[in-house]
Design a protein around this ligand. Structure first.
Ligand SMILES: NC(=O)c1ccc[n+]([C@@H]2O[C@H](COP(=O)([O-])OP(=O)(O)OC[C@H]3O[C@@H](n4cnc5c(N)ncnc54)[C@H](OP(=O)(O)O)[C@@H]3O)[C@@H](O)[C@H]2O)c1
Length: 269
């Protein structure tokens, strides 16, 4: 599970939240050039006192200016972060590179060859975008980070099938959106019923966030989330200890999700 520095932290100083996240057990920090807070993420990493090798740091390529390449943009990020490499470098939004995705992916591959990024991947890519870069790629993307929750689950099946075929790790953001960005939908009673069952099986508190994050993790999805509160950070990280959802519970979540299509975090091209 990764701690994100976008959404509520975008264009804000992320030092305290990231330091707090690391102190509470997060090791994977999800950043991006577009969030305009990489310096504060770097400050938090140094202040945490955690060895670099124990952390996993992601950043993402923003739009390219005419004089930039993915490598020169990454070098700027590395300077801001105070790091020699990132663990994962993602193309943030395919629409930012319309008509030149293949060329941009070649630039990403250069970053991996030169070990400025240990792994390279993409974000917000749909089937056609993935197909475009997979053709002739030296390195296929290792990750595609996309908005995932039950209100988009059905629509994501083609892209998830392509991930499976090419060994691309599925990563989610916005996973808690149905619960906190649009409460009152058809999913809510289903999640609450499962929460009560899990809490009684566990004999310890289980939250509605944990139910949705558990659903994602049971699919092997790398969850990217965030919180301003230490208690919630610990609650997120406690999700692996929550008992497994049954096949019927998983189906009930997906059936309820299929009743509504709602994408919350629409990124402009
Ligand atoms: N690649 C992309 O294009 C892209 C797009 C969007 C996001 N992301 C990444 O994903 C990260 C997480 O995104 P997200 O914010 O959408 O994650 P999320 O997991 O859907 O939601 C996290 C938010 O839920 C709130 N929350 C959790 N439990 C709650 C509760 N019981 N009651 C009320 N609110 C509650 C948290 O607020 P509190 O602070 O109050 O806990 C937090 O702001 C971002 O920071 C970013 O790194 C990537």
């Amino acid at each position: 599970m990764a701690f994100g520095t976008g959404t509520s932290l975008r264009q804000k100083n992320a030092q305290n939240p990231v330091e707090n996240a690391i102190a509470n057990g997060f090791t994977h920090i999800d950043g991006a050039q577009m969030y305009e807070n990489e310096e504060s993420l770097g400050v938090a990493i140094r202040a945490s006192g955690t060895p670099r090798s124990a952390l996993f740091v992601t950043t993402k390529l923003d739009r390219l200016r005419p004089d930039q390449t993915a490598k020169t943009a990454l070098q700027v990020s590395l300077k801001k972060l105070g790091l020699e490499y990132v663990d994962l470098y993602l193309v943030h939004v395919p629409g930012h590179h319309a008509g030149r995705l293949k060329e941009v992916w070649k630039m990403m591959e250069e970053c991996k060859r030169e070990r400025l990024a240990k792994s390279i991947g993409v974000s917000n890519f749909e089937v056609a975008h993935l197909q475009e870069i997979l053709e002739g790629a030296e390195f296929p993307p290792s990750v595609n980070q996309i908005e995932i929750h039950p209100y988009v689950w059905k629509s994501l099946q083609p892209v998830m099938a392509l991930h499976k075929e090419h060994g691309i790790i599925t990563s989610s953001y916005g996973g808690l959106s149905p619960l906190f960005r649009a409460p009152g939908g058809p999913l809510d009673p289903v999640i609450e019923k499962i929460r009560i069952r899990l809490e009684s099986t566990r004999g310890q508190p289980v939250s509605i966030s944990q139910v949705l994050n558990k659903w994602l993790q049971q699919y092997g999805i790398l969850v990217v989330t965030t919180s301003s509160k230490a208690g919630r950070m610990r609650e997120y990280l406690d999700t692996p200890k929550v008992p497994e959802l049954t096949a019927e519970e998983i189906q009930s979540i997906e059936n309820a999700g299929a009743q509504r299509y709602h994408k919350f975090l629409v990124l402009s091209d």
